[in-house]
Design a protein around this ligand. Structure first.
Ligand code: UD1
Length: 430
């Protein structure tokens, strides 16, 4: 089992290139199922989740080819010519929850889709009821059998008005893709406004879809008979950019986030500014710095975009753990997303969790310790804490990081971090 070994206390200085967004690339790859023509995607990050989505699309009969592309990231050409399989197998679906994003496109294109139910995971139960209710409203018949969602719409999907009771990124994306090929008009109210949803909608428009209200909470989709191929560049990863902004602040360093889109980072930068972090944005370059690494205590509440992202909550907990004064985090999106708190406590952090809130009392001297990563963002929170701590931190369970942070050690080492990957010989592999 791989581990990351970090020796803390080094301010990071220099430039970090921001990769393409994992959470945008996943639905964009699934969108290739909507057409028999080729969808070319640039700026795909080299991550395990992309490999899993490629495997899934290939198992459905699509061709996924990596080609020489533009200057950034990888370029994939995805072509889903008939005949397509309509069964997304458990062995692949259980590797990433985002596999469920093939349900809408597959059903809209072929009238059939059997997709294994994604299980819960460390951060919560994560049901997919809103995906299924939306498809039913569009005329699909849904059966749950043997751990699978079996969906059919022999006469095709029909436009419908869908009002989400709460914001769901995945359900908005799945139903948006399905609606592009449904007969008639679909109206989605209380839709997610996350930049990744906007990126998907823009790509679908380039493929010939008719979508109004992009970037708002009301999406109106006029179904068309067929979509065609397109070229699209995946948006920069706002969570990766936010994570490196915290890395600059927590180490008392200064980083330029090359390629970050500040419009996607409003609430993250507002919170950092409240904490006393310096952020400047000139000539297309975002620069983040803090003189000491000891920010002021501050509060955050997670909300759907444009609110503070739940995917940045763990990283901010690390920053608060070493801040001057107390901070309060309230998590409103996932019910069990504080598993990093006890791990930070092993390093000397003073954190009290009460239900959906965590009180963090700053301690300027965290000490390195062996810690266990429990999910993707929790893993990177421990890396951040390790870079601020005295001595050596060993982060176990780093396969989570490989799902979501492209070349993490390489990028951090290039700006001065002391971080290396080793194998733990004592690990018991089940
Ligand atoms: C996506 C992101 C994830 C991020 C999350 C919230 C991807 C691949 N993942 O996940 O990184 O943390 O958005 O910004 O883009 N829910 C239901 N029923 C449903 C759907 C969702 O109850 O049918 C609940 C979830 O359990 C959760 C909340 O709604 O509590 C929000 O989930 P959702 O926005 O759907 O998250 P994902 O799309 O899974």
């Amino acid at each position: 089992m791989d581990q990351l070994v970090i020796r803390g206390g080094r301010p990071l200085r220099g430039k970090i290139s921001i990769s393409g967004a994992k959470n945008a690339a996943l639905p964009l790859m699934a969108a290739s199922l909507l057409t028999e023509e080729t969808l070319t995607l640039d700026n795909i990050p080299a991550l395990d989740d992309m490999t899993t989505m490629s495997d899934l699309l290939t198992s459905l009969g699509a061709a996924v080819e990596e080609v020489e592309g533009s200057n950034r990231g990888r370029t994939l050409k995805l072509t889903a010519r008939p005949p397509l399989s309509t069964v997304a197998p458990y062995e692949i679906v259980n590797r990433i929850r985002a596999s469920v994003l093939v349900l809408g496109p597959l059903l809209a294109r072929t009238g059939q889709a059997t997709v294994s139910m994604p299980g819960g995971d460390a951060i919560g139960i994560r049901p997919i009821d809103q995906h299924l209710k939306g498809l039913e409203a569009m005329g699909a018949k849904i059966e749950l059998k043997g751990g699978n969602v079996i969906a059919s719409a022999p006469g095709g999907l029909k436009g419908a008005t869908i009002r989400f009771p709460f914001v769901s990124v995945g359900a908005t994306e799945n139903l948006l893709m399905a609606a592009t090929l449904a007969k008639g008009t679909t109206i989605m109210e209380n839709a997610a406004r996350e930049p990744e949803v906007t990126d998907l909608a823009q790509c679908l428009v380039a493929m010939g879809a008719s979508i109004h209200g992009i970037g708002t909470e009301c999406l109106v989709i006029q179904g068309v008979d067929a979509l065609h191929g397109a070229n699209h560049t995946v948006m920069p990863d706002r969570i990766e950019a936010g994570t490196y902004a915290v890395a600059a602040a927590i180490t008392g360093g200064e980083l330029v986030l090359d390629g970050a889109n500040v419009e996607h980072l409003g609430s993250v930068f507002e919170s950092l500014a409240k904490a006393g972090v310096n952020i400047s944005n000139g000539l297309g370059k975002v620069r983040v710095s803090h003189p000491t690494g000891r920010c002021r205590g501050f509060d955050v509440i997670t909300h759907p975009f444009p609110g503070f992202p739940t995917d940045m909550q763990a990283q901010f907990m690390a920053l608060m753990a070493v801040a001057d004064g107390a901070s309060l985090i309230t998590e409103t999106i996932f019910e069990n997303r504080f598993m990093h708190a006890p791990e930070l406590a092993r390093m000397g952090a003073d954190i009290t969790v009460h239900g959906s809130s965590a009180m963090v009392r700053g301690n300027p001297r965290l000490r390195g310790a062996p810690v266990m990563a429990t999910d993707l963002r929790a893993s990177v929170c421990l890396v951040l804490a390790g870079m601020a701590a005295e001595g050596e931190t060993v982060v176990n369970g780093v396969y989570h990081l490989d799902r979501g942070y492209e070349k993490l050690e390489e990028k951090l080492r290039a700006v001065g971090a002391d971080i290396s990957r080793t194998q733990d010989d004592r690990a018991i592999v089940p």
